[in-house]
Design a protein around this ligand. Structure first.
Ligand code: ZN
Length: 268
């Protein structure tokens, strides 16, 4: 349980102070903080709320969305990512998770070029902030508008091309990667570049592309098997429960939190 972290989006009904109190009350010490949860109060106050409950911000979600149609979109995307790095530093989060982005009006190759260029533009500020950028490859069903980086192999290639700077790592999410026939070899290739590990499950059938993820154990992903491979690279950091689910969001959140703890202990 000491490595369990929960993303605030998972327990969507709770604002930051409530989530911090509830997580803390059941012994969860890590939180993946979505940026919306920081809105409406100074960053120093958010930091204090986490500190008061003994909670560490393990990641800030999310930066990215680099592809652009014109210069002003390009600059706005970079500015937003620099802001995300500042926010992460302010709340003590060691990484900003990148949902890299894609534009339906652009060929995928162009989106991919913009992503690499965007990440490169943020490196210096990441170094100054002491915060890493975690590229999260997304399942190919999101290649239209959420991310043109869809496999771990692609993320590894980006890192290789950029010269593996220490400011960039990879967030490996079982939901996005489980189907990939090259997963084992790409995990081994990534090695220490994996700096985030996200868990949930794949439901059959999946009724909604975005908001029908399963609690660990409800679906078909070999979570323990993937965890083992990730840990064979030396990864011993937080395991982040990130579940978008209309079904679970409609349940009593306290009972859901208990279900998360049980699923984590049994299926992760
Ligand atoms: Zn994720």
């Amino acid at each position: 349980m000491d490595r369990l972290a929960i993303h605030t989006i998972t327990t969507k009904a709770w604002d930051l102070p409530t989530a911090a109190a509830k997580y803390s009350s059941v012994g969860v010490r890590g939180m993946g903080v979505w940026r919306q949860w920081l809105e409406g109060r100074p960053l120093t106050e958010s930091r204090r709320i986490l500190d008061d409950h003994g909670i560490s911000a393990v990641s800030l979600v999310r930066g990215g969305f680099f592809p652009y149609l014109n210069e002003s979109e390009k600059q706005a995307a970079i500015a937003d990512n620099l802001r995300a790095l500042d926010e992460a530093a302010a709340i003590g989060a060691p990484q900003v998770v990148l949902v890299c982005g894609a534009k339906t009006d652009l060929p995928l190759g162009e989106s991919r070029r913009h992503i690499e260029e965007g990440i490169a533009s943020c490196l210096e500020h990441a170094r100054d902030c002491g915060v890493k950028l975690a590229i999260e490859p997304l399942h190919p069903m999101y290649a239209d508008c959420r991310s043109a980086v869809n496999t771990l192999g692609q993320a590894n290639d980006i890192l290789d091309r950029l010269g593996c700077p220490p400011e960039i790592g990879i967030a490996a999410d079982v939901y996005h990667l489980w189907w990939d026939p090259n997963l084992s070899s790409e995990i081994a290739r990534a090695g220490h570049r994996i700096i985030g590990f996200h868990v949930c499950d794949w439901l059959t059938p999946t009724n909604d592309f975005l908001n029908d993820r399963g609690l660990m154990g409800e679906g078909c992903i070999d979570i323990k098997g993937i965890r083992q491979q990730v840990e064979a690279t030396g990864f011993q950091d937080w395991i982040e429960v990130e579940i978008f689910s209309n079904r679970w969001w409609s349940q009593d959140p306290d009972a859901y939190l208990q279900s998360i703890l049980k699923a984590y202990s049994q299926h992760v």
